[in-house]
Ligand binder design. Sequence first.
Ligand SMILES: C[S@@+](CC[C@H](N)C(=O)[O-])C[C@H]1O[C@@H](n2cnc3c(N)ncnc32)[C@H](O)[C@@H]1O
Length: 340
Amino acid sequence: MNSAADEVMDLIFGRWRSQTLYAGTELGVFDHLDKVKGKHAETIALELNVDPALLYRLLRAQASLGLLLEDDTRGFVLTDKGYLLRGDHSQSLKPMARLEEGPQHYALWKHLPAMIRDGKPNAFVREFGRMAFDYALESHDYGERFKHAMSSYSAVQSTLVLEALRGYDFSGIRTICDVAGGHGHLMCAFLQAHPHLSGIVIDLPEVVKDQDELWAPKFGLQDRCRYVGGDMFEEVPTADTYSLKMILHDWNDGECVEILSNLRRAAPSGAQLFIVEHVVPGHDVAHFSKLFDIHMMCWGTGQERTEAQYVRLMETAGWKPAGSHYPGNRLIGVIAGVCA
Ligand SMILES: C[S@@+](CC[C@H](N)C(=O)[O-])C[C@H]1O[C@@H](n2cnc3c(N)ncnc32)[C@H](O)[C@@H]1O
């Protein structure tokens, strides 16, 4: 077989891999294994109350994906990759897998050809009859998957944001407001890296009232971080810096300008803005943002954008562009602005 065919087959069967991984996270398989002591399918099956013969076949497939190692006695241990799928890993990717390959997001992708035929990016509405944020309020299962996945994304992205902004001068900033900041993972990263800062996290009231999920008390940062329940389309608190991580990609251009204009109204002169997104690079660069953009087409009215598109949105809302910052892997980008 030639390598082009190998590569295409690799793409065709990509979902088999992600579903094999996902089944392990859904069943809790990785949480019942460690990196040292080999365990057999029969033992794990008893602990999880699942079928041992079918579980063995799942573990064997996961070992073939490099998530586990199998020994001569059919015992399994976690590899470094598999360890990332335990729920108690500090940078656990388990919640991300449970959202992105879980039943709701899995169901969206089959609508892709029809959406493109019809020119309507609305897979979530086709499948569930309403938009994703509304559905998350009604479906406990989806709401839980979504909020935990956001913290899982943040565990990876907060580090990248700090890396991208490593040369940035924070000395003139006193209060930073993370708009639609979820449970505040990024905010805690800012507060830990810059001890002189205070933070405000605004998100929907039903998100910030979830006391057990908030990151600031977990990191001992509750005295420097205030949570506000509100609507970023209505009003945001006054701060001298605003961050928006993975927010504008949820919304269409008109909605983005509305959000950025609300920030602009609340911002004092000289206030700064950080837009954190998977920024789409040029046509000759393969990049995760180009795939994430398809997910956004399925999920809602948003999209991934180029740096030039973010700059245009910023300018339309009255912000002055102030450069861009990237971590070494360029997975995400930070587009900066200033309130002139
Ligand atoms: C894609 S998540 C990103 C969360 C967080 N910034 C992060 O990167 O982990 C989008 C967030 O927007 C919040 N959100 C949606 N509509 C909102 C609104 N009208 N006002 C404030 N927050 C909102 C959601 O509750 C959710 O936490």
